[in-house]
Every structure is written in structure tokens, then in C-alpha cells.
Design a protein around this ligand. Structure first.
Ligand code: PLP
Length: 424
């Protein structure tokens, strides 16, 4: 679950495993308690997440929702477009996709957009696009190219040895490309690593990546699905290094959280290697998604959310650092994409970052470790300064109380000492 600041006075949360809550009530459905909802998910859903024991019925923010949850302008567009046309096959034209394509390409300064639905699909599309581009620009590499998914990943061979291209180690990419540049289609990178724990590279890393890619005629693909759309204080995080990637991937906030919309942006000499029939998507470019996305992008600009992210992000990092708390190993991030790294070894009672998040939750701040002890704080960019200050205050109190408090609400016996090793 992504972090959201939830003031206690208007908690949109049903309580958790206690079974005490009134449960969710909607017109035609029997009320179901939060405890049962959690048990249903556990029983009948794949265990691909380890959520905090909190059930959302309505919400005011989540990380995918830079514009704030259920932004009225975006919801209004969703409703009005849903009453006209939601899906038309791309075998025909719809009245929204062309307008959207013009809008988004002009906004980001690319010649072409390939619309998809989820971030994962945008990444897959970019990999396919890059491989096709590489094959079509170098006839020699047509032979022995593939099978697909082989040779995709951050490793390369050095003689007999398999080596990894480490993030923020430009020398690794330099070596990999000096050996394999001729047969490399693209380098795909996040300007700041999100799920890996908000890893901010050194200033200039991306610029150096860019020039290495240029030197070896390798496409630079920036995955801005998490970092883009004002989250880090710029429309695209790669702007910090003055880099214009060959391919940009967008998702998450591209629809303001109301509908799955993702996009691949590139210039025509790259994009047009994909021919009709080679990469379809039933929902990609559908009228509902396109209409919603235009409004979501307008809201980002009209509400100056990039500048807001810069200002509030600096405020957050400064305040948390000023707590000077021994449990805080480090605070890092850009804009409103931040991580507080917990030094679990400093907890006298052996408490973990997971338990810290449970304590935060019990006091109205929702955040979850992205990587064992790294807690990501990525509130909606529309968060008020008062709410942010309230969250900072609660974070400070919870740091002070983590070792003192006897029982942490929600810290069920079966999960005592749980360490969250998975991301998301
Ligand atoms: C950087 C990045 N790329 C891709 C994805 C996948 O996006 P989706 O969950 O919409 O498929 C995510 C999701 O968290 C992400 O953070």
C-alpha cells in the first residue's frame, strides 16, 4: 500500500483484524467487515503482496495519484466520457486518441506516442521497440538475435564471467558497452530507483549514461513511471540532468489514478519500426483513458504540482533530518518521492521497520517498506502543508515510541518481527 496521510479525524479506513468495524456498506451488497475482507483476499487472492492490515473504502491520496485521489476534474472527465464512448477498437478511429496523441507528444516534446494500459506493458513495449529498432538499423544483428528475453537484463559477460551493471556505477555501463555496445539495443533505467528503495544516483549519472548510449548507438529508455509527472519536482526526473531520452515511459499518475493508462514516447525514426499488426492492445488508446489522461496532465500543470513537490519535499527531508533520531539512518529523495531508512539495529527491543509502519498506521499515517527497512513516503502532491506537518509530527512521535510502546496495534502474533522483504 502506498503512503497516504490520513488525518485521524476523517479516517477513511475500516479497522483491521479486530472485526470491530461496521464494515463496508453499499446498496446491493451485504456489509462485510474489514477483517473478513482481509481474510477473503488472503484466502482467494494470489499472495503477490503483503499489505498492511488496512482496508481502503475511500481515500484522499496514494502514491500513484500525484493529483490526489479522486480529483474532481479528472473524475468529471471520466464520467462524461464514460457516458459517450469508452472503448472502440483501434481497428477504427475514435474521436479522443488523436487529440490525446497530439497533446501528450507536444507536451513532452516527442514525435509519437504508443498508448498502453499499465506500467509493465509500457516497459515491455519499450523493450520490444528497442529490439526491433536495433534489428532494423543493423542488418548484421538479425541473425542470432534472440530468442526473446535472452540477453535482457542488467548483466553482461566479461570473458567467462557474468557481471552486473550496478545502478549509479557508470564504470559498469562503460565496460559493458565497450564490450557489447555493438550488439546492445537499449539501456533502460529509472532516473531514481523507486521500488529498489528510492535510490537517488549522483548528479550527472544520467547525463553520463546518455552520452555513453549516444557513443555506442544504444537507445536510452527512461522509465519515468514512478518518477515522472511532477513526482520528483519536474515533469520528468531526467530533466535534472538535462537529458532527453530516446524513449520515455509514463504510467501511474498519467490517469490521476482513476483508470489504467500508460504511454511510450519516442521520435518517429524509432517508433515507426513498429508496423500495423505488430503490437496491439485492446484497451491501449481507448477514449476513456485518453480523455482522462488529458485532464490528468492539465491538472499537473494548472496546479503547479512540480513546484509544490519541490517545496514540500525539501520541507519533509529537512524536518525529518532535524529530528536527528538514532533510528533514522538516512533520509533521501527528490521532490515528494522520499525514503526514510530505518536502522533496525538501533531498536533496543528488536523492532523492525514493518512494526514502525504498523505504529504509523495506528496513528493515521500510511507508509510501507519498499525494501526491508526503507520506508517510502510519497504522498499525493496536493497534500496540504498542515497535513504534511502532521505526518512529520506523527513520524517523530512514532520514532520516539517504537521501543517504548508495549503493544503495537495490528502487530499480530503470527507476524511478530515480520521483515518486509518484498517491494510494493
Ligand atoms: C518504475 C516502475 N516501472 C514500472 C512499474 C509497473 O507499473 P504497473 O504496476 O502499472 O504495471 C512500476 C510500478 O510500481 C514502477 O515503479
Amino acid at each position: 500500500m502506498s503512503p497516504a496521510v490520513v488525518p485521524n479525524s476523517k479516517l477513511p479506513i475500516k479497522d483491521t483484524r479486530s472485526g470491530q468495524s461496521q464494515g463496508i456498506v453499499s446498496k446491493n451488497v451485504e456489509p462485510v467487515s474489514s477483517a473478513r475482507i482481509i481474510s477473503f483476499e488472503h484466502e482467494y487472492g494470489a499472495h503477490n503482496y503483503h499489505p498492511l492490515p488496512v482496508v481502503f473504502e475511500s481515500a484522499k491520496g496514494a502514491k500513484a495519484v500525484n493529483q490526489g485521489h479522486c480529483h474532481p476534474r479528472i473524475v468529471a472527465t471520466l464520467v462524461s466520457q464514460a457516458q459517450k464512448l469508452t472503448l472502440s477498437s483501434r481497428a477504427f478511429y475514435n474521436s479522443t486518441f488523436g487529440v490525446y496523441a497530439k497533446y501528450i507528444t507536444e507536451l513532452f516534446g516527442y514525435e509519437s506516442v504508443l498508448p498502453m494500459n499499465t506500467g509493465a506493458e509500457a516497459v515491455e513495449t519499450a523493450v520490444k521497440l528497442a529490439r526491433k529498432w536495433a534489428m532494423s538499423t543493423d542488418p548484421e544483428s538479425r541473425t542470432g538475435f534472440g530468442p526473446y528475453l535472452q540477453n535482457v537484463g542488467p548483466t553482461y559477460t566479461y570473458g567467462e564471467e557474468q557481471r552486473t551493471i550496478r545502478y549509479n556505477h557508470i564504470e559498469d555501463l562503460e565496460e559493458a558497452l565497450s564490450i557489447h555496445g555493438k550488439n546492445t539495443a537499449a539501456f533502460l533505467v529509472e532516473p531514481i530507483q523507486g521500488e529498489a528503495g528510492i535510490v537517488v544516483p549522483d548528479d550527472g549519472y544520467l547525463a553520463r549514461v546518455h552520452s555513453l548510449c549516444k557513443k555506442h548507438n544504444v537507445l536510452l529508455i527512461c522509465d519515468e513511471i514512478q518518477t515522472g509527472l511532477c513526482r520528483t519536482g519536474k515533469m520528468l526526473a531526467c530533466e535534472y540532468d538535462n537529458v532527453r531520452p530516446d524513449i520515455v515511459l509514463l504510467g501511474k499518475a498519467l490517469s490521476g489514478g482513476v483508470y489504467p493508462v500508460s504511454a511510450v514516447l519516442a521520435d518517429k525514426h524509432i517508433m515507426h519500426v513498429i508496423q500495423p499488426g505488430e503490437h496491439g492492445s485492446t484497451y491501449g488508446g481507448n477514449p476513456l483513458g485518453c480523455a482522462v489522461s488529458i485532464t490528468a496532465l492539465q491538472v499537473l500543470q494548472d496546479e503547479n504540482l512540480a513546484a509544490r513537490a519541490v517545496r514540500l519535499g525539501e520541507h519533509f527531508r529537512t524536518k525529518i533530518r532535524a529530528l536527528n533520531h538514532p533510528l533514522v539512518a538516512t533520509v533521501r529523495g527528490k521532490g515528494l518521492l522520499n525514503a526514510v531508512v530505518i536502522d533496525e539495529s538501533k531498536s533496543m527491543s528488536g523492532r523492525t521497520a514493518w512494526q514502525f509502519c504498523l505504529l504509523l498506521k495506528s496513528r493515521g499515517v500510511l507508509a510501507k517498506p519498499t525494501h526491508v527497512n526503507i520506508i517510502r513516503f510519497a504522498p499525493p502532491l496536493v497534500i496540504s502543508e498542515e497535513d504534511l506537518d502532521r505526518a512529520i509530527h506523527i513520524i517523530g512521535q512514532c520514532l520516539n515510541d517504537l521501543d517504548k510502546i508495549e503493544d503495537i496495534p495490528g502487530d499480530v502474533l503470527s507476524e511478530k518481527g515480520h521483515r518486509d522483504t518484498i517491494t510494493n
